[in-house]
Design a binder for this molecule. Structure first.
Ligand code: NAD
Ligand code: ZN
Length: 332
């Protein structure tokens, strides 16, 4: 096993590398921990070609083979970047994921994707590679900044909106507890969100996204663009919250969603503490996100809107005027 740990996790739990080594010693008959690397987490690791290069080099020097494991302990960004390096080493070394952020526990770690950014283009390089195992421990979330604890909640709101109205109601009922970092509420949010994401991958009929639709990417066309427009000043989850607010308004303007539902969505996002406006929305730059989204998925443009709380609705055309009007309506 080669272990790679997010430096943010180590900052909150400095003994983690030693704990891992002690665990490996205690299980020496079954496992050998060859090295523990601590790498800088956060989006920067997905923007750094030198990081990949050094990972490949270390994997080779340590003779990690396809019967070895890369154990990744960290946020969604490090899981994506190191996961990509592992998936492309010897055409795929086994990966154990230990997600340590709300976002990674609620969404990305149970998924089948990895990737890095290329010249500012989000997730331009990456593979589909199911992990060998995922181990979720809510205790990791204790050391997260309030900002990162909150950001990942956007993915739970998202999946509730397109898949599970009763989960949305649960989020409404627990918004106050979630906003103040209540551990039990947060653990439930992550578990239910992960279940819904996993259910989609297993039962949705398109785990490797061969079609043009990505039903769980509600709010994501604008989110990805906002992340790059802001040079990743916005966290992925923060951008998703804004993207969902835009597409919720759009759903109403397009006649799929009633005004009461729009108000509930915006209110929940705001009660969780999300800002629904960012200055990067000034001007038309975000609109280019639609075309980039189409290109990333391939084929026909497919955007998921809402036909109700808990009900996604796919469209293949987005009217730029209506997008502009939806953006203009966001609470500043
Ligand atoms: N592969 C997928 O299917 C998928 C799905 C959704 C999102 N993503 C990607 O995930 C990334 C966002 O991930 P994220 O929201 O987890 O943020 P992140 O990985 O950028 O981490 C945010 C910060 O938290 C720190 N950190 C991580 N765990 C910590 C802990 N336990 N205590 C203290 N600090 C900790 C990190 O060092 C970093 O500074 C984006 O790049 C997004 O595109 C991937
Ligand atoms: Zn997302």
């Amino acid at each position: 096993v080669l272990a790679v740990i997010d430096d943010g996790v180590v900052a909150g739990r400095p003994a983690l590398a030693e704990e891992l080594e002690a665990y490996a010693r205690a299980h020496a008959a079954r496992m050998q921990l060859v090295e523990t690397l601590v790498l800088p987490g956060g989006e920067a690791c997905k923007n750094d070609p030198a990081l990949l290069e050094s990972l490949y080099q270390r994997l080779r020097e340590l003779a990690i083979d396809r019967h070895s494991y890369v154990l990744i302990v960290g946020g969604g960004a490090l899981l994506d970047a190191v996961g990509y390096a592992a998936a492309t080493t010897h055409r795929g070394v086994r990966v154990l994921r230990v997600p340590t952020t709300t976002l990674a526990q609620a969404d990305s770690a149970v998924g089948v994707k990895n990737g890095v950014n290329f010249q500012g283009s989000k997730n331009f390089v990456g593979t589909f590679a199911p992990p060998f195992a995922v181990y979720v421990d809510p205790a990791f979330l204790r050391t997260l900044s309030p900002r990162d604890r909150r950001a990942g909640m956007a993915e739970a709101v998202k999946v509730s909106l397109v898949r599970d109205a009763s989960f949305f109601v649960w989020l409404e009922e627990h918004a106050q507890a979630l906003a103040t970092g209540d551990e039990a509420a947060l653990a439930h949010l992550c578990r239910r969100s992960a279940e819904l994401h996993l259910h989609h991958i297993r039962e949705g009929g398109d785990p490797f996204e061969l079609g043009s639709a990505r039903p769980l990417d509600f709010g994501h066309w604008a989110a990805h663009k906002l992340e790059s427009l802001t040079g990743h000043r916005l966290r992925h989850g923060e951008a998703v919250a804004i993207g969902m607010a835009i597409d919720t308004h759009y759903s109403w303007r397009a006649g799929f969603l009633d005004a009461a539902a729009v108000a509930r969505v915006l209110r929940l996002l705001q009660r969780l503490g999300f800002q629904l406006w960012d200055d990067a929305l000034d001007g038309d730059a975000v609109l280019a996100g639609l075309d980039e989204f189409r290109e990333h998925l391939g084929g026909e443009l497919t955007v998921t809107l809402l036909a109700g709380i808990g009900r996604g609705h796919e469209v293949h055309v987005m009217d730029p005027q209506v997008v502009r009007a939806s953006i203009a309506e966001l609470p500043r």
